[in-house]
Ligand binder design. Structure first.
Ligand code: SAM
Length: 283
């Protein structure tokens, strides 16, 4: 029987699962209840194969060894994180941005300084590039409006894809016509149905690797933070610590946008609710 056949039949023991799940929760913040054992097992399979290992015990011992800890950490992140995302995901947020938040900043800040936005947990780039399109469009209509976007994620691999800014052409369907015309470049080769985000939007976005479980810092305060569909994988105390930290990074009267399936209710944070998942930083 081939080694790969052995791998497919290998099962993760409860002791190994506990060691992995404790580490994932502690170091990445991501909840790993026992119901996730089969999922974790199947996601680790390709690592076992790549390393030529035939049991999860062998892999577990390697991951917790001095040699394996560093070497395997990034792979662990890449297999454990969920990166689902779309352009203009939860479109109401971008309406609020265009019709309320940006006009408000334009009235109060004008061209005196740039507006700083953070896409926290940006995955493959669809969220920061959506922000880039919406703000570039606003800047075209408001002479002197300046902005920059910082996009961060824990996963090195997903950040590489985001920096590339190349997507399957079918993803253009997620983007409203008015932005599609201005900010997308389509491949001329019919055999390669791809599109690339235009340089004028790409140039406004800078990418950086940040793990929210680390003691991270930002060099300047933000006007707007988008942290959507990231903390759903964290437990409530971890969420509260993280949002409190985010509040320290937002200027007074700045905004926090969270995902539609997330909630800050019951958390003691210096913010007031402006719309169901949109909050304003209090003085
Ligand atoms: C489902 S995606 C959300 C993408 C985008 N914000 C959206 O709403 O479409 C969640 C992202 O959070 C990232 N993530 C998970 N745990 C993280 C952590 N501890 N620190 C930073 N990012 C993390 C994942 O790598 C993933 O790309």
């Amino acid at each position: 029987m081939s080694k790969n056949m052995n791998l497919v039949r290998a099962e993760m023991g409860d002791a190994e699962f506990r060691r992995f799940s404790d580490m994932i929760q502690r170091e990445l913040g991501i909840k790993m209840p026992p119901t996730k054992k089969v999922l974790l097992q199947s996601r680790f399979q390709k690592r076992l194969r790549a390393l030529g290992m035939s049991t999860y015990k062998e892999y577990c011992d390697y991951v917790f060894s001095d040699a394996g800890r560093e070497a395997e950490r990034q792979h662990m992140v890449d297999v454990v994180t969920t990166n689902t995302t779309h352009f203009f995901r939860e479109p109401k947020h971008f309406d609020i941005l265009t019709n309320k938040v940006l006009p408000e900043f334009w009235r109060t800040i004008g061209s005196s300084r740039e507006i700083r936005i953070w896409s926290a947990g940006c995955s493959s780039g669809e969220e920061p590039y959506t922000l880039g399109m919406v703000l570039s469009d606003f800047a075209e209509k408001h002479n002197g409006f300046k902005f920059s976007i910082t996009a961060t994620d824990i996963s090195f691999q997903i950040l590489q894809r985001a920096r590339n800014a190349v997507y399957p052409l079918e993803k253009a369907d997620e983007i409203p016509q008015q932005y599609k015309k201005k900010y997308l470049l389509k491949s001329k080769d019919p055999k390669k149905p791809l599109m690339k985000i235009d340089k004028k939007v790409r140039d406004r976005v800078s990418f950086k690797q940040i793990n929210f479980m680390d003691d991270f810092r930002m060099d300047q305060k933000m006007d707007i933070i988008f942290c959507r569909n990231v903390v759903i994988y964290f437990d409530r105390p971890t969420q509260e610590v993280l949002f409190d930290k985010f509040c320290n990074f937002i200027r007074t009267d700045g905004y926090l946008f969270i995902g539609h399936s997330e909630s800050l209710s019951g958390m003691r944070l210096p913010i007031k609710q402006m719309a169901p998942t949109v909050f304003k930083r209090l003085p």
